[in-house]
Design a protein around this ligand. Structure first.
Ligand SMILES: Nc1ncnc2c1ncn2[C@@H]1O[C@H](COP(=O)(O)OP(=O)(O)OP(=O)(O)O)[C@@H](O)[C@H]1O
Ligand SMILES: [Mg+2]
Length: 299
């Protein structure tokens, strides 16, 4: 891993308000990310995580500061930063294969022969274990399968940075666990730089090299950064019993539930994530699927 591959440099974001004036969503968000690093962004709903990701993607322009990727300023979307959204944005009239093909043709234009293009698309669908269903359309696929195709499409673009906005948020706990394992395997092989937004504390600890915890908005910024120094490959069941894993997990929970309590929960008694006590801390030994379900319900 070399230094300063991706720099999110003192990024602030103001959205204009319809009645005039502006809403300051982000205030001086500053992160430097190394090549091949897996960074998770975690924080309460509405704090500004997607805004950060959209600025890195080039979909939003920061009001102040900027994003530098390999020495060049980012100011528009480009295939070197592929995005995976929560609800798999596949084109419904195309098959899984054709959805990936569309992205591959856009990125590689005429650089690959017909045979090479086909091989590359199939290779990426194999990586996410979707080669068996590549001729199916999105409405013939389950949520997890659609999400796999979305990931294959992003990987097939050979992006420098993979940006994922709650990629597994809509999936059931078991599918989610399976997808996390696949993502860890793929990342071990391809060494992509990844920024992933999540509401799931276990997901963040299991997958990340660093967890960036954001303060509540308005004017959200980075509250704490936690280095996850756990050996890879990481195996979820063994990991759940280790003191190190539980220590990291508790650190994130403390940040979210004690240092940055959900602003909505304070007013409304908390239907989201954040109103609850850090139950999961006490439940760290519960079955993995149960804790994932809890975190998912929390989000
Ligand atoms: N296009 C926009 N125009 C105006 N305000 C916006 C816009 N996009 C986001 N915001 C505001 O900026 C803040 C941060 O929003 P953002 O979507 O980044 O939050 P988030 O952390 O991703 O939340 P969630 O976890 O619910 O997805 C919110 O207060 C939101 O209302
Ligand atoms: Mg969001």
């Amino acid at each position: 891993m070399s230094k300063d591959h991706l720099s999110i440099d003192h990024v602030s974001m103001e959205f204009p308000l319809p009645a005039g004036g502006a809403f300051k969503a982000l205030d001086s968000v500053n992160i430097k990310i190394k090549k091949g690093e897996f960074v998770s962004l975690i924080g309460h709903s509405g704090c500004g995580k997607s805004t950060v990701l959209n600025i890195v993607a080039g979909l939003y322009q920061a009001s102040a500061g900027g994003v530098i990727l390999d020495g060049l300023e980012v100011n528009e979307p480009a295939p070197d930063r592929a995005v995976v959204f929560q609800n798999h944005s596949l084109l419904p009239w195309l098959t899984a294969y054709q959805n990936v093909e569309l992205a591959v043709k856009q990125v590689f234009k005429k650089q690959k022969s017909k045979a090479e293009t086909r091989e590359w698309i199939e290779h990426n669908l194999r990586l996410v274990h979707m080669d068996h269903a590549m001729n199916k359309r999105p409405d013939e696929l389950s949520g997890g399968m659609k999400q796999r195709v979305g990931i294959a499409r992003a990987l097939a673009m050979q992006p420098k940075v993979l940006l994922m906005d709650e990629p597994f948020g809509a999936l059931d706990a078991l599918t989610r666990a399976h997808m996390q394992d696949s993502l860890m395997e793929i990342q071990a092989e391809l060494k992509n730089t990844v920024i992933m937004i999540t509401h799931d504390v276990d997901e963040a600890v299991l997958l990340s090299d660093r967890i960036v915890m954001m303060t509540n908005g308005p004017a959200a910024t980075i509250g704490e950064v936690l280095e996850i120094d756990l050996a890879r490959p990481r195996e979820r069941v063994t990991m759940a019993d280790t003191p190190e894993y539980n220590h990291y997990r508790a650190q994130v929970l403390k940040f979210l539930y004690e240092r940055q309590r959900n602003p909505e929960a304070r007013h409304a008694g908390g239907s989201s994530d954040i109103g609850k006590k850090p139950q999961a801390e006490a439940g760290a030994t519960q079955a993995d699927a149960a804790t994932h379900a809890e975190n998912q319900a929390a989000a």
